[in-house]
Design a protein around this ligand. Structure first.
Ligand code: CA
Length: 657
């Protein structure tokens, strides 16, 4: 492979071609992508501020009617400046200005069939995709893509922060894969993944480089009618490549390949790069390159919900317990209550109508749980066989609209095949017709969906709070998980962690089973560090009586609708600090610590400069106590906007006016 001269000189013109190379740079000139088609094998390299990010990495795909990885000929190069701004709700930023330089390469393969490659390079984000055009011969008019070469070939010394894919039809009731595996920090590229079947997006990397490491996040977005992809195992010399679902997903039914009409495009593969983690935490690339797919048919309100199941489990899905939760929800001024699985048999459709009337009389809206399937796995909970069929789905949705239900949570999907991704879209689109917001659990990573589908709230697609309930092991790992996700899972999509957990013990009586290891302020801070527009507060009617008044007061006003954010510091799996601004203009800063040592941070908070703020913090454990000591004090922030705080291990800090 010929050395890229521009790269060697450390120069970056906004666009340029040299010999076989076609280079496109970000508007600020730091991020540079070069495509090379030497020998008819298309490949690309990426560098950031002179640091090599990808060595030559393969491009192209193989379809049923032709190979587009070799024998490729470049016929046209188009360069364009993109500058768009857009508004969105329900994600990290309300107003986004997206500027990128776009390079489009029109190529033909050995048989003369056309393929277009489009690369958008913004200051910290690359997004690229392929478009199979309709051939001049007019046929074929449809295609099956069997594989993508799309490679990511990192420098040998890169460190990985990855979560593995798992074999299909494994785990509880054969419900996996469901993006519920553990992230492993700071591993080597050559380390094998836990299950030998690659990794799920997003994938985080650190390229060591003296004082200023380069950070890199790989993901994909805009998936609507295409399989959900993942990264393969690492192969020295080649790196990773985009891989399709495993044939055994969805109980072996349906193709793992991608069927596309011609013309038809793949989703965008995204690469976010910077010298710190800031661009990764703040990126909006998942939304920048997609468009809303339909208009919102109702006003979808952000808010807070309570959820009996997370601590009181299956037996709590009965009428009387739900009334108790509605009462506490109403007392807190929260908007929603999630009635989880088994309501169809343990409460019944008729009494749900009665429950919905009662909830509405208290100013609370119901969210109802549904099984997504069907035939994809053995998850037994009802309602089953409703959401997988448009006839029964629309019947139930019309009923929900009539009785005032506000949202659905749909659980236990069958994997990442194209037919399953279509099911997500179809549920979202139908739900919008009946004014319902949607949360997914036991599911895939959302790929640009908050912007594409205006009634989509968030997905689980993580080892979420239920695991803190299930095992002492995960309860002890909670701080690790919640300082990992801001840089990975939650960086690319809204995240239903499923509960600011205020019980001290993971049990209904709040005395038995294992304890929660995090502090109260840590839990409250996760409402700021995690981003979702409809957030769960796992408050139980009994536990409310045990909480200090200042905590209840804070929980009552807990915000969920954000307009902006600022990364304040952190390291994946160790700590995270962020400031977010609400759509009403109020700022909140929060920090959480997973390290075994207390952490002293100087937070840069210009929004609070010279102001008196409330600082909520978990103090050290008192002698003989198993819990950190939560407290709140008023403090004046200096004119320079700097505030020094100490975050205890498993503890949190919140700063707001
Ligand atoms: Ca789950």
């Amino acid at each position: 492979m010929k050395k890229n001269l521009l790269f060697a000189l450390g120069l970056c013109l906004s666009m340029g071609s040299f010999a076989d190379n076609h280079t496109v740079c970000s508007p600020d000139g730091k991020l540079m992508l070069t495509v090379n088609n030497e020998g008819g094998h298309p490949s690309y390299t990426v560098s950031y501020d002179g640091v090599e990010v990808f060595r030559p990495s393969a491009l192209g795909l193989t379809a049923d009617y032709g190979d587009f990885t070799q024998g490729m000929k470049l016929v046209k190069v188009t360069e364009k400046r993109i500058q768009v701004s857009y508004d969105m709700t329900r994600t990290k930023r309300a107003h986004v200005s997206y500027g990128a330089n776009q390079l489009t390469l029109d190529m033909v393969n050995a048989k003369g069939f056309p393929l277009q490659m489009t690369f958008n390079v913004a200051n910290n984000d690359v997004a690229y995709r392929y478009t199979l055009l309709r051939p001049k011969s007019e046929t074929p008019r449809c295609a099956v893509i069997r594989s993508e070469a799309s490679g990511f070939n990192l420098p040998d010394d890169a460190r990985t922060f990855l979560t593995p894919q798992i074999q299909p039809m494994t785990g509880w009731e054969r419900t996996k894969p469901s993006y519920e595996e553990e992230y492993r920090p700071d591993a080597r590229l050559t380390d094998k993944s836990a299950f030998g079947v690659g990794y799920t997006f997003p994938c985080l990397y650190r390229i060591p480089n003296g004082k200023a490491d380069t950070w890199l996040l790989i993901s994909e977005t805009g998936t609507e009618d295409y399989p959900g992809c993942r990264l393969s195992e690492y192969e020295p010399g080649k790196g990773y490549h985009v891989a399709y679902p495993q044939p055994g997903e969805n109980n072996g039914v349906g193709s793992e390949y991608a069927a596309v009409p011609l013309p038809g495009s793949t989703p965008w593969r995204t690469i976010t790069v910077g010298h710190s983690l800031q661009p990764i935490v703040e990126t909006t690339v998942s939304y920048d390159v997609v468009e809303p797919r339909y208009e919102a048919k109702a006003e979808y309100k952000p808010g807070r919900y309570t959820w009996s199941w997370i601590l009181w489990m299956d037996e709590s899905c009965n009428y009387d317990d739900q009334v108790r939760f509605i009462d506490v929800t109403s007392k807190m001024g929260y908007e929603y209550i999630l009635v989880d699985a088994l309501w169809d048999t343990q409460i019944g459709y008729d009494r749900i109508e009665q429950l919905s009337r009662y909830a509405q009389s208290k100013g609370v809206g119901l969210m109802l749980w549904y099984n997504s399937n069907g035939a994809a796995n053995d998850a037994p909970q009802g309602p089953r066989n409703v959401m997988n069929n448009p006839i029964s789905r629309k019947r139930d949705m019309a009923w929900m609209q009539r009785i005032g239900v506000k949202a659905i949570k749909v659980d236990f999907f069958g994997g990442d095949k194209q037919q399953t991704l279509q099911l997500y879209r179809d549920i979202l689109s139908d739900a919008n017709d009946y004014g319902l917001q949607v949360i997914f659990h036991g599911c895939t990573l959302p790929r640009g969906w908050e912007r594409m589908y205006p009634n989509f709230v968030a997905s689980e697609a993580a080892l979420a709070s239920e695991n803190v309930y299930f095992t002492d092991y995960h309860a002890k790992r909670e701080a690790f998980e919640l300082t990992m996700y801001p840089f990975t899972r939650n960086a690319v999509a809204a995240f239903d962690w499923g509960g600011v957990l205020m019980n001290r013990y993971m049990s209904k009586d709040n005395k038995s089973r294992h304890q929660r290891f995090t502090g109260d302020i840590f839990e409250m801070a996760t409402a700021i560090t995690n981003q979702t527009s409809v957030n769960c507060v796992a408050l139980t009617p009994d536990a409310l009586a045990t909480l200090p008044a200042f905590e209840i007061e804070w929980l009552r006003q807990l915000p969920t609708a954000w307009s902006d954010l600022r990364f304040l510091g952190g390291y994946p799996g160790k700590y995270f600090a962020v400031a977010r601004q609400t759509t009403a203009g109020k700022w909140y800063a929060a920090a959480i610590n997973a390290d075994p040592k207390p952490l002293t941070l100087t937070l840069d908070l210009p929004m609070f400069a010279g102001k008196v703020v409330k600082v909520y913090a978990d103090g050290p454990k008192k002698k003989g106590s198993s819990w950190l000591t939560p407290g709140m004090k008023q403090q004046k922030v200096g004119r320079n906007g700097r505030l020094m705080v100490t975050v205890q291990p498993n503890g949190g800090v919140i700063v707001n006016e």
